[in-house]
Design a protein around this ligand. Structure first.
Ligand SMILES: *Cc1c(COP(=O)(O)O)cnc(C)c1O
Length: 384
C-alpha cells in the first residue's frame, strides 16, 4: 500500500543531512560544552556555531538566541517570564483564542494566579486584526502574544503591524513562530518583535529542541534553576545533538524556503482543486490566500473528521483532524470554533499539511481513494 504523509504541521521527517550532522555528537563528540578540556571545548565551539546559524537566519545577534527543549518551553519561558517580571507594573496580557495550547494553557495558568487575559477573536479566516489588538490595550497591559501563523489552518497574522502597535505603547510583543519559522522570511532586525518561539521538528529537524529569541534588554524571570547555561536564562546541560540538528535544519531552510514554497503551494492547490471536483459540500478553513503553503484544512459536511481520518489511515494516508475524540465525546477544535465556524463543520474538519517530499502521486492517490470513503461515511452518518 502507498504511504502518504500529510501531517507536516504536527511534525516533519528528519532531513538525512540533519541526521548526518547530528551523528558525530551522538558518538565521538560527546563532551560537555561546559568542560574546560578538549572534549568540552570542541562541543562548545559547535554549540556557538549552531547559535550563529539560527541567529543569522533571523538576522539577529547570536547572543539573543537561547536554545530550549522546543516550542512549548519557549512559549512558557517568554510568557511566564514576562508576566512574573512585570507583575508590579500590570497584570494584563493580550492573546488570541486560536493560539497553540502552549500559549493558551500558559495564559490560563497565569489567569489562576491573578493575571487578566484578553483572548481576542479572529476573523472568519482565523486572522487577528491589529485594530482588535489596539482596542484591547489597557494601562496595565504588559504583554501581547499573538502567533505568526496558525498551526491548524495556516493563516498568517500581520505581526509587523501588531508589533508596531505594541512598541508604540511600550508593551512587549511575543510571537509563537513555530509554524512560520523556516517557511516565511522573518527578519528580526526589522520586525518589532521582542520575543519569538521556534522549534526544530517542524522544519525537518529533530524533536525536543527549539529556541527563544529574546531581544537585548528584555528581562524575564527565570523559570527553572540550575547551572549558568544559556547565559543564565535556561539551565541544564544543552541538548547538543538536537541543537546541532536544529541548526543544520535551519541552514537547509535558506535554500529550501526559496525553492519549496511554490512547489508545495502548487501541490496543495492541486489537491484542493481535485478534491473539490469529485466531492461536493466541502469547505476551506483558513485564509484563502494569506496562509502557509502547505496547509489545506477542509470540512467535509456530514462526516465526523475523526472517522475520515481513521479511514484515510487505513488506506495509508496520514492527515490530522481538527477535533480530538476523547472518551467518545468530540472535543471540537478551539481554533475552528474560535473562528466562529459552526459546530457541525468544526467536527467534520480534516487538516492536510504538505511538505517538501510530497509528490503529484501522493495527490493522485489521495484523490483516488477519498470519494468512496466520503460517500460511505456520509451514508452512515447521523450528521447533517
Ligand atoms: C508544534 C507547535 C508548538 C509546540 O512546539 P514543540 O516543539 O512541539 O513543543 C507550539 N506552537 C505552535 C504554533 C506549534 O505548531
Amino acid at each position: 500500500m502507498r504511504k502518504v504523509y500529510f501531517d507536516h504541521s504536527a511534525t516533519t521527517p528528519i532531513d538525512p543531512q540533519v541526521t548526518e550532522a547530528m551523528l558525530p555528537f551522538l558518538n565521538e563528540k560527546f563532551g560537555n560544552p561546559s568542560s574546560i578540556h578538549s572534549y568540552g571545548r570542541e562541543v562548545k565551539v559547535a554549540l556557538e556555531e549552531a547559535r550563529e546559524a539560527v541567529a543569522d537566519f533571523c538576522n539577529v545577534r547570536a547572543a539573543d538566541i537561547y536554545f530550549t527543549s522546543g516550542g512549548t518551553e519557549s512559549d512558557n519561558m517568554a510568557i511566564k517570564g514576562v508576566a512574573y517580571e512585570l507583575k508590579d507594573k500590570g497584570k494584563h496580557i493580550i492573546t488570541s483564542k486560536v493560539e497553540h495550547h502552549a500559549v493558551l494553557h500558559t495564559c490560563e495558568f497565569l489567569e489562576k494566579q491573578g493575571f487578566e487575559i484578553t483572548y481576542l477573536a479572529p476573523d472568519k479566516y482565523g486572522m487577528i486584526h491589529p485594530e482588535t489588538v489596539e482596542k484591547a490595550i489597557r494601562k496595565v497591559t504588559i504583554l501581547i502574544t499573538i502567533m505568526h501563523a496558525n498551526n491548524e489552518v495556516g493563516t498568517i497574522n500581520p505581526i509587523q503591524t501588531i508589533g508596531e502597535i505594541a512598541r508604540n505603547k511600550g508593551i512587549l510583543f511575543h510571537t509563537d513562530a513555530v509554524q512560520s519559522f523556516g517557511k516565511l522570511t522573518i527578519d528580526l532586525s526589522k520586525l518589532p518583535v521582542d520575543l519569538m518561539s521556534m522549534s526544530g521538528h517542524k522544519i525537518y529537524g529533530p524533536k525536543g529542541v527549539g529556541a527563544l529569541y529574546i531581544r537585548k534588554g528584555v528581562r524575564l524571570v527565570q523559570l527553572s534553576h540550575g547551572g549558568e547555561h544559556e547565559r543564565n536564562r535556561r539551565p541544564g546541560t544543552e541538548n547538543i545533538p538536537g541543537i546541532i540538528g536544529m541548526a543544520k535544519a535551519v541552514e537547509l531552510r535558506r535554500d529550501g524556503m526559496k525553492n519549496e514554497a511554490k512547489y508545495i503551494r502548487n501541490l496543495r492547490e492541486k489537491l484542493h482543486k481535485k478534491i473539490s471536483e469529485v466531492i461536493p459540500r466541502i469547505f476551506l478553513n483558513g485564509h484563502p490566500q494569506k496562509r502557509l503553503a502547505g496547509h489545506l484544512n477542509l470540512s467535509f459536511q456530514g462526516i465526523e473528521g475523526e472517522a475520515l481520518l481513521l479511514s484515510l489511515d487505513l488506506k495509508g494516508v496520514a492527515a490530522s483532524s481538527g477535533s480530538a475524540c476523547t472518551s467518545g465525546s468530540i472535543d471540537p477544535s478551539h481554533v475552528l470554533s474560535g473562528m466562529g465556524i459552526k459546530p457541525e463543520l468544526t467536527q467534520s474538519s480534516i487538516r492536510f499539511t504538505l511538505g517538501k517530499d510530497n509528490t503529484e502521486e501522493d495527490i493522485d492517490y489521495t484523490v483516488s481513494i477519498l470519494p468512496d470513503i466520503v460517500q460511505r461515511l456520509r451514508s452512515m452518518s447521523a450528521l447533517e
